[in-house]
Design a protein around this ligand. Structure first.
Ligand SMILES: C[S@@+](CC[C@H](N)C(=O)[O-])C[C@H]1O[C@@H](n2cnc3c(N)ncnc32)[C@H](O)[C@@H]1O
Length: 235
């Protein structure tokens, strides 16, 4: 779970997403009251895609960001990369599933050439990755010069008047929904999500890490009382 480190943590994450793939989209809509698609559209907007561009949607999962990108620009080439194949197998069955180039890919060792993409999007990857400097290095390697990197992830709750309500949502509501919707085989995923969120970087810390890794003009915006953040920058 969230306390695991290194390759043990990566193996847990890969296996966990394989187990919850069939219930993943439904859980997202329930946990966020349907808000999650709004953040994904914001991610796509920040990628500033143009006709004919090539996008890598990394940690694509069931492809929600990839599909939003395809809707936003014509003649876009979208590669969806993820290390949990069952998540992408669900995505392949969805209405736009045939328009994405699904590719088995580990974010720490991307199977793509240098300067291959105009933009990279990644939803809920960063919090799961065991080596952030290496993840950024790989993303910068495969982006074209001037290419855009846009990351979406959950953020630890800030110390303000909303914190007790957010903690109730994280500690009780999400795990309860997980037990009901994902069942015995997937309930642990919805304990991992709140615990890894609470242990994750603040938006300010993540922005500083991106800048240190060499991403230029880093900016971010938070959503849902500061519990979701979208970071973006350029190669
Ligand atoms: C919460 S899902 C997000 C899916 C999708 N981006 C979305 O917005 O719904 C996180 C995804 O990250 C993938 N992932 C986590 N670590 C990864 C890594 N090191 N390399 C590739 N994919 C990874 C998982 O397999 C999972 O499909």
């Amino acid at each position: 779970m969230a306390h695991l480190k290194g390759s043990e943590r990566a193996a847990y994450v890969k296996n966990m997403f394989g187990r919850i793939a069939g219930r993943y989209n439904l859980m997202n809509r329930l946990m966020t009251g349907g808000q999650d698609m709004k953040w994904r559209r914001f991610v796509v907007k920040q990628a500033q895609l143009k006709t004919g561009d090539k996008l890598l949607d990394l940690a694509t999962g069931t492809g929600d960001i990839a599909f939003e990108a395809l809707k936003s620009v014509s003649s876009l080439q979208v590669v969806g990369g993820d290390f949990a194949l069952p998540m992408m197998q669900v995505g392949q069955t969805l209405p736009m599933g045939k328009q994405v180039g699904w590719t088995g890919a580990d974010a720490l060792n991307l199977p793509f050439a240098e300067n291959a993409f105009n933009a990279i999007t990644a939803g809920y990857l960063t919090r799961n990755v065991i080596d952030l400097p290496r993840m950024f290095a790989e993303q910068l390697r495969v982006l074209k010069p001037g290419g855009r990197l846009v990351l979406l992830d959950s953020s630890p709750p800030k110390n303000n008047i909303f914190k007790p309500f957010i903690e109730i949502h994280l500690r009780f509501i999400i795990p309860l929904l997980g037990r009901i919707v994902a069942g015995k085989n997937g309930a642990d995923a919805y304990q991992y999500l709140p615990s890894s969120t609470q242990a994750f970087k603040t938006p300010e810390e993540l922005a500083a890490m991106m800048t240190k890794a060499g991403v230029r003009n880093v900016q971010f915006r938070t959503f849902m009382l500061g519990t979701m953040a979208v970071h973006w920058g350029e190669k």
